[in-house]
Design a protein around this ligand. Structure first.
Ligand SMILES: [Zn+2]
Length: 194
């Protein structure tokens, strides 16, 4: 092949490889997107079913106003629960909390997680393999990162809690990666003693 043709051919090869890589990347993102959407949808269906079975007591909840929330919550609690911020890893209250008890919503006190479903994830955030009840939390697909994630919020007051991933331990395989700032820990028996 003459030199000029060889060069053109090489350019074409580079071009073709680039296009292929872009297409593969795009398809992967599309697949992840639909997987994440399906995941949020399925989890929400389970939560709705559980709510229907539990009755309509939840409907009486009156959400607090922004002013009330500003008074009740500190800055990080407000940013995480109301604006879906993420607290720093390891510099939060419960990532390494090994005490027995329940984690409740910081805004509305709804029980969300139990200490016996908490596991050491190494992420620096409190991690659980399942919520206390299926209707404790709701889900949404979140596009804040370049790949879609499944956002988790309190089903009663809609406070943002964190995200759920599919790399958790048995029996569920789920990793609920939560913000300590969204929750308050109620140590076992501590409410009875008071
Ligand atoms: Zn709540």
């Amino acid at each position: 092949m003459p030199f000029k043709q060889q060069k053109t051919f090489r350019h074409f090869q580079v071009f073709a490889i680039t296009i292929t890589l872009f297409a593969a990347g795009g398809l992967t993102l599309l697949a992840m997107d639909s997987e994440s959407k399906t995941s949020a949808k399925l989890l929400n269906e389970e939560a709705t079913q559980a709510t229907d079975e539990a009755g309509s007591a939840e409907e009486e909840f009156v959400p607090p106003t922004k002013a009330e929330l500003r008074r009740k919550l500190n800055r990080i609690q407000y940013d995480v629960t109301q604006n879906a911020a993420t607290e720093p890893a390891f510099r939060n209250a419960y990532w390494n909390n090994k005490k027995k008890g329940e984690y409740h919503c910081i805004v509305c006190d709804k029980p969300l997680f139990k200490s016996d479903t908490k596991f050491k994830s190494g992420t620096g955030w409190p991690s659980f393999f399942e919520p206390i009840e299926k209707d404790a939390v709701g889900y949404e697909t979140d596009y804040k990162m370049f790949f879609p994630r499944t956002e988790v919020h309190c089903l009663r007051c809609k406070a943002h809690l964190g995200h759920v991933f599919d790399d958790g331990p048995a029996p569920t395989g789920k990793r609920y990666c939560m913000n300590s700032a969204s929750m308050k820990f109620i140590e076992a028996n501590s409410r009875k003693e008071k």
